[in-house]
Design a protein around this ligand. Structure first.
Ligand code: HEM
Length: 414
C-alpha cells in the first residue's frame, strides 16, 4: 500500500511474513503503532490494534466477542459429514471460542480440575522430566533444543496430566499439529480443512474411548477430574469434555515449546542476562515473565464485534474482526520503558503474552512452572552453552512466534 504523505510503501501486518520482520517483527509493530495504532487492514479484512491500552481495553470489553457463532456444516461433503460435524461441534464448545455466560460456566468447571495448586504439585515431576531430557544429551555436547527438549517436555507433561498412556504420545504430535493449524488463523484450502478436521475427529474418538474407560474404572488424573468436575449440580457434557480436553492438549503444547525456544534463544543472544540468571536462579519467575514479554509465543488474538461500536474515535461495525497484536502491545514504550531491551529484573511487567480479561490463559501457571524449572536446570547443568548457528529459521505464522530448530553446543560432562 502506498502512503500518500511520505510517498513510502506503507507497511501492514502481513509484512510480518517478510524474512526481515519474521526474524524481528518489533520494528514493524513500532511503525504500525506510530503511523496508526488502530487501522483497517484491507488484506486481513480486519482492524489491527498495536497499542497496549487499546489491546487491554478490547480484551475486557464484552462487545468484542470470542464466539464462533452457529456451526456451519453446509459446506461439508455429504459422505464426510457424520465424521466431521461432531469434530466441528466439539471444537466450537471450547471455552476459547465462547462468550459469557457459556464461557464462564465451562471455564469454571475446567478450572475446578486444573487448579494452580494441582499444577504446583507437579514441580518434582517436571524437574525429573527436565533432568531426564538433559541426561539423554549431556554427554554429546550438543543438541537440537526444539526437538530434543522444547517439544517433548510440554507434550509429556500435559499427556501425563490427562492420563494418556506413553505409547500413544507420538500420535499426539500429529493431532496437536492438526489443531494448531486451525488456530493459526491462516486461510486453509478446502482439502487442508478436511484433513485438519478429520485429524481432530480421530483425536476425539480416541478421547471418547479414554472417557468411557474412566467411567467404569476411575483413575487419578486430570481427565477423571474433568469428568467429575461439578458446580452446583452442573457437569461438563461429553461434547464439552472432549472439546476442552483437545484445547488443553493443543493450547498448552506448541505455545510452551515456543516459550522455551524463544526464551533460550533470547538468553543466548544476551550473555550478560544469561549469566545473571545462572548466578541468581531465584530470579527465574521474574525472568520467565520478561522472556514471555520480550518474544511472545502468541503474537495476536482476535475478536468480532457483536454490535456497531464507537470506540477510540473509530466506528466499528457489527461483524467486523479486530486483531489485537499482543506482541506489539508487549513492546509499547508507553507501557514498558525501553521495550526492546531484555531485562530479566524488569518489575511491574504487566505483559499480555497470556492474553487479558475473561479468556486469560488458564494454563499460565503450568507454562511458567515448566519454563522456570527448564531454564534454571539448563543453566546449572550445561556449561558453555552457545548457539551452534546464527541462522535460525522462524515459523511462518502471524499468530504463533516460534523457532523451527535451535542447535546448541555445551561442554560435555564425561
Ligand atoms: C488461553 C497464551 C500455555 C491453556 C490463552 C490465551 C493466550 C494464551 C494469549 C488467550 C487467547 C484469547 O484471549 O483469545 C499461552 C501461552 C502459553 C500458554 C503464551 C505458553 C507459554 C498454556 C497451557 C495451557 C493453556 C500450558 C494448558 C495446559 C489455555 C486455555 C485457554 C488459553 C484453556 C482458554 C482460556 C479461556 O478461553 O478462558 N493462552 N498459553 N495455555 N490457554 Fe494458554
Amino acid at each position: 500500500m502506498q502512503d500518500h504523505q511520505s510517498g513510502h510503501q506503507r507497511l501492514t501486518l502481513s509484512d510480518v511474513q517478510r524474512p526481515e520482520y519474521l526474524a524481528n517483527p518489533y520494528p514493524l509493530y513500532h511503525r504500525l503503532r506510530e503511523h496508526d495504532p488502530i487501522y483497517w487492514d484491507e488484506e486481513m479484512h480486519a482492524w489491527v490494534l498495536t497499542r497496549y491500552t487499546d489491546v487491554v481495553a478490547v480484551l475486557r470489553d464484552p462487545r468484542f466477542s470470542s464466539a464462533w457463532g452457529p456451526v456451519e456444516t453446509a459446506w461439508m461433503p455429504e459422505e464426510l459429514r457424520p465424521q466431521l460435524e461432531p469434530a466441528l461441534r466439539a471444537v466450537s464448545r471450547q471455552m476459547l471460542f465462547l462468550d459469557p455466560p457459556d464461557h464462564s460456566r465451562l471455564r469454571g468447571l475446567v478450572a475446578r480440575a486444573f487448579t494452580p495448586r494441582m499444577v504446583e504439585s507437579l514441580r518434582p515431576r517436571v524437574q525429573r522430566l527436565v533432568d531426564e531430557l538433559l541426561d539423554a544429551v549431556q554427554d554429546q555436547g550438543e543438541m537440537e533444543f526444539v526437538a530434543d527438549f522444547a517439544y517433548p517436555l510440554p507434550a509429556i507433561v500435559i499427556a501425563e496430566m490427562l492420563g494418556v498412556p506413553p505409547e500413544d504420545r507420538s500420535q499426539f504430535i500429529v493431532w496437536t499439529q492438526d489443531f494448531g493449524r486451525l488456530l493459526d488463523g491462516g486461510h486453509l484450502s478446502f482439502e487442508e480443512l478436511l484433513t485438519t478436521l478429520s485429524g481432530i475427529a480421530d483425536f476425539l474418538a480416541y478421547f471418547r474411548r479414554q472417557i468411557a474407560q474412566r467411567r467404569t474404572a476411575p483413575r487419578d488424573d486430570l481427565l477423571q477430574a474433568l469428568i467429575l468436575a461439578e458446580e452446583q449440580g452442573d457437569r461438563l457434557n461429553e461434547e464439552e469434555l472432549l472439546g476442552n480436553c483437545v484445547l488443553l492438549l493443543a493450547a498448552g503444547h506448541g505455545t510452551t515449546t515456543h516459550l522455551l525456544g524463544n526464551g533460550l534463544y533470547a538468553l543466548l543472544q544476551h550473555p550478560e542476562q544469561l549469566q545473571l540468571l545462572r548466578e541468581n536462579p531465584s530470579l527465574a519467575p521474574t525472568a520467565v515473565m520478561e522472556l514471555l514479554r520480550y518474544d511472545s509465543p502468541v503474537q495476536l488474538t482476535s475478536r468480532r464485534l457483536t454490535a456497531d461500536v464507537e470506540w477510540a474515535g473509530r466506528r466499528f461495525k457489527a461483524g467486523e474482526e479486530v486483531l489485537t497484536v499482543l506482541g506489539a502491545a508487549n513492546h509499547d514504550p508507553e507501557q514498558f520503558p525501553d521495550p526492546d531491551r531484555l531485562d530479566l529484573r524488569r518489575t511491574d511487567n504487566r505483559h499480555v503474552a497470556f492474553g487479558h480479561g475473561p479468556h486469560f490463559c488458564l494454563g499460565a501457571p503450568l507454562a511458567r512452572l515448566e519454563a522456570e524449572v527448564a531454564f534454571t536446570t539448563i543453566l546449572r547443568r550445561l556449561p558453555q552453552l552457545c548457539l551452534a548457528t546464527e541462522q535460525i529459521e522462524r515459523l511462518p505464522s502471524l499468530v504463533f512466534r516460534g523457532i523451527k530448530a535451535l542447535p546448541v553446543t555445551f561442554a560435555s560432562v564425561l
